[in-house]
Design a protein around this ligand. Sequence first.
Ligand SMILES: NC(=O)c1ccc[n+]([C@@H]2O[C@H](COP(=O)([O-])OP(=O)(O)OC[C@H]3O[C@@H](n4cnc5c(N)ncnc54)[C@H](OP(=O)(O)O)[C@@H]3O)[C@@H](O)[C@H]2O)c1
Length: 344
Amino acid sequence: MIKVGIVGGTGYTGVELLRLLAQHPQAEVAVITSRSEAGVAVADMYPNLRGHYDGLAFSVPDSKALAACDVVFFATPHGVAHALAGELLAAGTKVIDLSADFRLQDANEWGKWYGQPHGAPELLKDAVYGLPEVNREKIRQARLIAVPGCYPTATQLGLLPLLEAGLADPSRLIADCKSGVSGAGRGAAVGSLFCEAGESMKAYAVKGHRHLPEISQGLRQAAGKEIGLTFVPHLTPMIRGIHATLYATVADTSVDLQALFEKRYGNEPFVDVMPAGSHPETRSVRGANVCRIAVHRPQGGDLVVVLSVIDNLVKGASGQAVQNLNILFGLDERMGLSHAGLLP
Ligand SMILES: NC(=O)c1ccc[n+]([C@@H]2O[C@H](COP(=O)([O-])OP(=O)(O)OC[C@H]3O[C@@H](n4cnc5c(N)ncnc54)[C@H](OP(=O)(O)O)[C@@H]3O)[C@@H](O)[C@H]2O)c1
């Protein structure tokens, strides 16, 4: 059994990790931290987990207890993994970080977007960006994984086939993305209140969102050159889900895009390319570790529209983190992750 620690067990990605790991035949959660709920039994706080984690209670983060685990997930705000990861790695514990701490390869760029200096630039050389559809072989050898963000997962998986094939004009990419409210985490905030977010929809961070440099970094690598991306996130009145509507122009309209996407993701267990003409729905991936994609070229023009949906807490966070765990430990990548989405 793989002994697992989770730092930040009371947040939405933390409890989603618990839900997924409850079904995992090779992982056992030994330590789960919360500073505010220390001493509270996991099942008392989250009754959906009753019967799955008897005897497990939240505890304050303790680096000795965490270092006794084979792997530690960080489901914490940015900056926490910077402070603790080095000590765990030195003890031989692998780290899978769901926060943004190790996603950007450039520490200065990270500091610019997160408003504080990078707390562990010396670890960046060890960090592998945990998008299995791009970095599977590197993940196998890694000891520090930076799990991609939710918008970056949906956007990159939607645009990669076009950029890798050199088909899209990389200078004019548009990602028009909608997220459910759980994307903002469990912390109390006025913007996440029912009466603020319900029955309404709005764009935010149009002039620059923290996920922009992360998405740009991945797309630049795929294109092999500089890219120009306009990324506009929106908040929508749903709990889970991301819907990315992606636009790119192509110079060659004779290429069969459906075949291109089907070939690119043909061997990927968690990317589903739908039949031509489809419109994927966020509810079809709710609770599932799946990115569901459809590719369109309206009226046969040179503008390609890719629709990409994920559950922000699963393929956009905790499910992708478990997928990385499976790859890191040489397990079947689908272990504990093969369930279908919740519909209706
Ligand atoms: N929500 C999403 O859809 C999503 C998707 C992808 C990635 N992410 C990223 O995943 C991370 C967690 O997100 P979330 O939505 O689960 O957040 P959240 O709901 O706000 O939960 C944060 C957790 O971290 C703990 N925590 C906070 N400050 C801490 C500190 N200084 N030291 C140790 N523990 C601390 C909190 O517990 P205590 O305060 O009790 O210790 C809580 O359990 C974030 O970096 C987020 O950007 C989130």
